[in-house]
Design a protein around this ligand. Sequence first.
Ligand code: RAM
Length: 352
Amino acid sequence: MIRCQIRFALAGIALAAILLAGCAKKPPEAVPGPVRPAPKSAEPAAKIRIVYIPKQTGNPYFDSIIAGFKKAQEELGFDFETVGPAVGDATSQIPFIQQQTQKRVEALAVSANSPDAIKPALMEAMKAGIKVITVNSDITGNEDGREAAVLPMDFNLTGESQIALMSELLGGRGEFAILSATTDAPDQNFWIKGMKAAMKDPKYRNLNLVEIVYGNDDQQKSMREAESLLTKHPNLKGILAPTSVGITAAAQVIETQKKADRVAVTGLGTPNQLRKYILNGTIKKFALWNPVDEGYIAGYLLNGMAAGKIDPAPDGSFEAGTLKERKFGDKNIVITGPPLIFDKSNIDQFNF
Ligand code: RAM
């Protein structure tokens, strides 16, 4: 540098300016920042913010999905937050979605309480550049309100497999009722449609569906509904609750009324919530899938979408960490896995 300056003094001002530029260019670190952009690696990487909105807070089922997101977060390093309504009403998630749109988070996952009520809010989020997917519960019939969905199992098989379980427990004969979640719940409604279709099979001709009631995925209301089913239908042989809240409530009622030998309870629930009822014989068998895996896959998918590395398209695929390659099916639906049946012999192998 000193040698350069001596030469500048001798050569005159115009030449000095040219030479100074030339000399200064030699060591790249001497170039002032604004002239040349800093190398990419020196830029602090902005963290992708992923927000998950469950159907409702206080339902342990969604804690398992959250645990899956957190597992993916540990592996991928995104920011993760979960916010949601206390009740699972059709419109309860709307303000939470709008709040995230205002915050301009990068990615949003929602377990939909309604197939249509939340669509406008999701469309607004997407318009603001937010990557939006549904998890566990889709906006069936309004799939353009999200880019992809991570669902627990092939929902086309859920209804029939639930009826098969009920039929097995009733020896193929008798009255049963369905205790569902909310009247709007898109997944439960789809499964119930599947149950009704399955019952057209002659092998279920002696099964009689007497009523469908809704406990709103609220423990107290679900218990009241289960109790009134028992009063209204003295010949009731089974309660089929395709919701983790409903099945727990029904089991509690049957246990209290000591009716396990007369009324079979089954449906969908979590092993941790139903373990005691399986072990004391109130429930013989129930089904579910792995909600932790659901959240984990959703975390990988949203992180990849927000980073511009995954662009959902039918027949495309992506890598979901330890759960390996996952494929997008029709309507960009990603299936988590096969259903699991729990009973006394295997319940202790599961912890969610
Ligand atoms: C309840 C919720 C959830 C459903 C499970 C089986 O926790 O309705 O969305 O998937 O049950």
